[in-house]
Ligand binder design. Structure first.
Ligand SMILES: N[C@@H](CCC(=O)N[C@@H](CS)C(=O)NCC(=O)O)C(=O)O
Length: 484
């Protein structure tokens, strides 16, 4: 059997075409289309499910818990991540990591993407809350715990140098303080309320894996006196049958982690994606400029956790992080959907958005700020990732990632069309060769000529000057660190 991987989503179901009929007919047609859609979804949901995993991976356990929570039967396939099978490389050629979920002929990678897919495909026992703002909050904390807390906790227990270990332990504790506050504010048994939800599953590594890492790295992060709300949540999690009955054996896991050093990635930077999002949906908004080098009390109040832009304020609700904001916008203003309606295509769009943010943006920004061999290495990594994106675009063979018009993925990775060429100029490097990347070049032209984008970009010269200064500043910081 050949699987359709993240590179090739299956053909989408027929669209509900009711827009041109009269109101009465429209209602009936919508209902019929909805029923048909529902039936298709149900029959799809009943198809066989397989999970490719690795016995001790907290990312894999997220998927196991979500499938069990939904009551979905699945076949488990153990992968040797140190000697990767042809199956894994076929299913997840981009990251080559587990977990991978196989449903129907679709392969879905990345635990966050898989959790959203599961929740959209099997509707009973919802994982994410119903309300768009509560969903935004859950996604915000999920990303925070992953990108800040998990990363620092991994670095802390893996660091050999005492000084590094102390630095990362301190950073991890600062993250946990924020989570503790959130738990205290919620006052519920679980982050999902009285029962386990999306965020409990995402943060499920804290109750079981973190104490093992503390033991392995001889560090302390989870002090019960300092973190009473977290400790009580941990106890609730570990006594919940779904979690208690689905954990890897502790002794064997500790031995594994003693042998293993986990590599972590630096945190991601930010862009103006959410601004484009509000424009697509035709939402009126007031724009407030922030000075990120001298942060205003307003920003610190609105985003005390990450202290960065963009922040969206809607009816006294505050939403942070561009990816979270995009989903919130899409769920709140339903016209002109940004994400596709099909769960698998949504998973594909989310997968590529994360990939571009975590790999291409990281590596190209590092390349711009470095020189010599370091720069060459980062340029090479960026090009390798862009080759994967090029393949995806070629496969799609459409004007935009979303099809004939701009959508979620186009907006998420829109920076490639305008920011990346500026970074190339600033770093005196060549990445986007049109001969090597004809599909990306053509997408860039389409994207930049779209009125929504064209009319909402900053002047190029001003940006070049800004990034030249950033580059200088970063290089100076690096030098003075090396000297000290
Ligand atoms: N961001 C990924 C992380 C998955 C991940 O790191 N999986 C590890 C197992 S714990 C893996 O497959 N590692 C293989 C490798 O790094 O080559 C997710 O959330 O699914």
């Amino acid at each position: 059997m050949t699987y359709v991987t993240m590179k090739a989503p299956r053909a989408s179901r027929p669209l509900i075409k009711a827009r041109f009929t009269g109101p009465l007919v429209l209602d009936v047609q919508c209902e019929l289309a909805h029923k048909e859609e529902q039936q298709q979804l149900e029959s799809m949901a009943n198809q066989k499910v397989k999970l490719v995993g690795f016995w001790v991976s907290p990312f894999v356990y997220r998927v196991i818990w979500a499938l069990k929570f939904k009551g979905v039967d699945y076949e488990y396939i153990e992968e040797d991540i140190f000697n990767k099978s042809a199956l894994l490389l076929e299913l997840n050629p981009v990251h080559k990591k587990v977990p991978v979920l196989i449903h129907e002929e679709n392969a879905i990678a990345e635990s966050f993407v898989i959790l959203e897919y599961i929740d959209e495909m099997w509707k009973e026992n919802p994982l994410l809350p119903n309300d768009p703002y509560d969903r935004a909050m859950a996604r915000f904390w999920a990303r925070f715990s992953e990108e800040k807390f998990l990363e620092n906790a991994c670095m802390a227990h893996c660091s050999e140098e005492e000084e590094d270990r102390e630095k990362f332990v301190k950073l991890a504790i600062e993250c946990l303080e924020k989570i503790e506050e959130e738990l205290k504010r919620k006052k519920n048994k679980f982050l999902g309320g009285e029962t386990i939800g999306y965020l409990d599953i995402v943060m499920g590594w804290i109750p079981y894996w973190l104490p093992m890492w503390e033991e392995v790295g001889s560090i302390e992060i989870l002090n019960p006196l300092k973190f009473p709300a977290t400790t009580s949540w941990i106890n609730n999690m570990l006594s919940h049958p779904l979690i208690r009955e689905n954990l890897p054996p502790r002794d064997k896991s500790v031995v594994y982690f003693q042998k293993r050093r986990i590599e972590a990635m630096p945190p991601v930077s930010l862009l103006l994606e959410s601004d484009m999002g509000t424009k697509i949906e035709g939402v009126e908004y007031e724009y407030i400029e922030e000075n990120v080098f001298n942060k205003s009390p307003l920003l610190l109040e609105l985003n005390p956790v990450l202290k960065r832009v963009p922040v969206l304020v809607h009816e006294e609700k505050v939403i942070n992080e561009s990816f979270v904001i995009l989903e919130y916008i899409d769920e709140t203003w339903k016209e002109n959907p940004l994400l596709p309606s099909d769960p698998y295509e949504r998973a594909v769009a989310r997968f590529w958005a994360r990939f571009c943010d975590e790999k291409i943006m990281q590596d190209s920004f590092t390349a711009m700020c470095s020189e010599g061999e370091d720069q060459e290495k980062s340029v090479e990594l960026t090009i390798e990732s862009l080759e994967k994106l090029e393949e995806e675009l070629k496969r799609k063979n459409k004007k935009f990632f979303a099809g004939e018009t701009i959508g979620y993925l186009d907006i998420s990775i829109g920076w490639i069309s305008y920011w990346l060429p500026i970074w190339e100029e600033v770093g005196s490097m060549k990445i986007l060769d049109p001969l090597k990347f004809p599909a990306i070049t053509s997408w860039m032209n389409n994207f930049l000529s779209h009125p929504l984008i064209k009319e909402n970009l900053l002047p190029r010269d001003k940006m070049v000057v800004y990034f030249k200064n950033r580059r200088k500043e970063i290089a100076q910081n690096k030098k003075s660190k090396q000297q000290s």
